[in-house]
Design a protein around this ligand. Structure first.
Ligand code: UDP
Length: 484
């Protein structure tokens, strides 16, 4: 260890004894990861942490359009100690990270760790951080975090922004290999997997998409598996889930590593504007609709789908006759086609449908007009829907979404599948939507959604499981820094 790192460690211990912890936070540069990271940053700052939040220059530029905006100024005005700084991701801001996805992801895997090392060297070497940085809170999908934390003498906290179920599966990829379930081959029958510790049973079709044979060798597969190799090296793992929802999985995981379920980490006040796209205001339109009458449709910030799928959902909505609010990102089609909907669809549904490119989803889900959510089952969308007691119609596309769907539909029973088979048909979509939006036909689903909502709210109440877990994490973290 060089002299500046040793000096840094001594200052750090002294500050930890007086309970001043300074954490550097590194989210993966995607909306679904930035959102919970910012909320966690605010939560930790409100518990007395100093937070330095690290955005890539590209994300920072997208959020602020290079105006000298201070993203956390509002939070600071309310007394929180949070600042934001940037790191170069290797590409100019106008580089199209979606179109050049392969190049971007290969660089994130291979070159970004070196940039983080340089960034840390400058920050810690300069001795300017006050109190000195003692904690690295990185997205669990950053495989470099144990190495960087070790090099700079920091405590390594891994924040997993997906359900604990996905963590348990990911960390047991070797077991799945031994049992012949990884890679998942397209032409084999689905099988029930009952040996993953902490997971009663999961069908092979519900494993995360990067376990599929055809994904092997893709940049996303390599990126994710590099992280799965490292996840059990973190000093602490924070899970964006709730103890009561995934109790067995979390208890089993905690036998290997200090594990804390602290979700949902929402910060409805103080959260800066961190939307990477500009939001359409849907409040007035939603307010004009009867309570529980609107079906909200959105597939998150990243995944794409085919024109045929969109068409079947659109015609299904048309046939169902229900009110809907549909977030149709301009890049939702995998063909790149910007002509998203069938001819005449918007005209025919204009009295009962609103289509926008992006919205404030939390605001939408909190609106009394919304009675259901057709979702891709991204974990944030799932938790947000649970938080507001909104039942779901699930159409998972990729990544952890099939796994999340299992939790929603099979375990918690607060959602239904959009399609019963591999493909989506408009008649079936229409029937499902009609039954789902009919309050008496879907009463059981709605009652269970209310119960899950209560579980989430209780977890965040004083003395609730997530509050207790967060406090315990801070206590254990402080003890570890003082003991080093
Ligand atoms: N979101 C939003 N407006 C939209 C669609 C999504 O603010 O029109 C937010 C949503 O509230 C969630 C995040 O984007 O917090 C998407 O994360 P999720 O994990 O659901 O899906 P991902 O985009 O990662 O696939």
């Amino acid at each position: 260890m060089n002299r500046s790192i040793v000096l840094h460690s001594l200052r750090k211990m002294a500050e930890a004894r007086s309970c001043k912890l300074h954490a550097l936070m590194f989210p993966l540069p995607y909306q679904g990861h930035i959102n919970p990271f910012v909320d966690l940053a605010i939560k930790l700052a409100s518990k007395g942490f100093t937070i330095t939040f690290v955005h890539t220059q590209y994300i920072y530029h997208t959020l602020t359009n290079d105006k000298q905006t201070d993203l956390f100024s509002q939070a600071r005005k309310s007394g929180l100690d949070i600042t934001c700084c940037t790191i170069y991701d290797g590409f100019p801001v106008d580089f199209d990270r979606r179109l050049q996805f392969v190049e971007y992801f290969i660089s994130l895997l291979n070159d970004f760790p070196g940039r983080v090392d340089e960034f840390m060297g400058n920050m810690i070497g300069s001795g300017s951080s006050s109190p000195p940085v003692s904690v690295l809170i990185a997205d669990s999908f950053f495989a470099w975090s144990p190495w960087i934390a070790n090099k700079y003498g920091l405590v390594n906290v891994s924040f997993f922004t997906q359900p604990a179920l996905a963590f348990a599966i990911g960390c047991h990829w070797e077991l799945l290999t031994q049992n012949g379930h990884f890679p998942v081959k397209g032409d084999t029958e689905e099988e029930e997997i009952t040996y993953v510790p902490g997971v009663d049973a999961i069908s092979s079709k519900n494993l995360m998409s990067y376990f599929k044979e055809e994904e092997i060798g893709t940049p996303i597969h390599n990126f994710v598996f590099a992280a799965f190799h490292e996840m059990n090296r973190a000093d602490f793992v924070l899970h964006h889930t709730v103890q009561e929802l995934e109790s067995k999985t979390l208890t089993t995981l905690s036998k290997n590593q200090p594990t804390y379920a602290i979700g949902p980490v929402y910060s409805f006040t103080n959260r800066p504007d961190i939307s990477l796209r500009s939001e359409s205001d849907c409040a007035k339109w939603l307010d004009s609709k009867p309570p529980g009458s609107v079906l909200y449709v959105s597939f998150g910030s990243v995944v794409q789908t085919t024109k045929q799928v969109i068409q079947e959902i659109a015609y299904g909505l048309l046939l169902s006759g229900v009110n809907f609010l549909w977030v149709a990102r301009e890049d939702i089609l995998d063909s790149g086609d910007s002509d998203i909907f069938p001819d005449g669809f918007q005209d025919e549904t204009k009295d009962r449908g609103l289509i926008v490119p992006w919205c404030d989803q939390i605001m939408v889900l909190s609106n009394a007009g919304v009675g259901g959510f057709v979702t891709h089952c991204g974990w944030n969308s799932t938790l947000e829907s649970m938080w507001f007691g909104v039942p779901m119609i699930c159409n998972p596309v990729a990544y952890d979404q099939p796994t999340n769907r299992k939790l929603v539909v099979e375990d918690l029973k607060i959602g239904i599948n959009l399609s019963d088979g591999e493909s989506i048909h408009r008649q079936q979509v229409a029937e499902k939507i009609r039954g789902f939006m009919n309050a008496s036909a879907s009463q059981g689903l709605r009652d269970r959604s209310e119960k899950v909502k209560k579980i989430l709210h209780n977890a965040l109440d004083i003395g609730g499981s997530s509050q207790r877990n967060l406090d315990k994490f801070i206590e254990d973290l402080t003890a570890k820094i003082v003991d080093v």
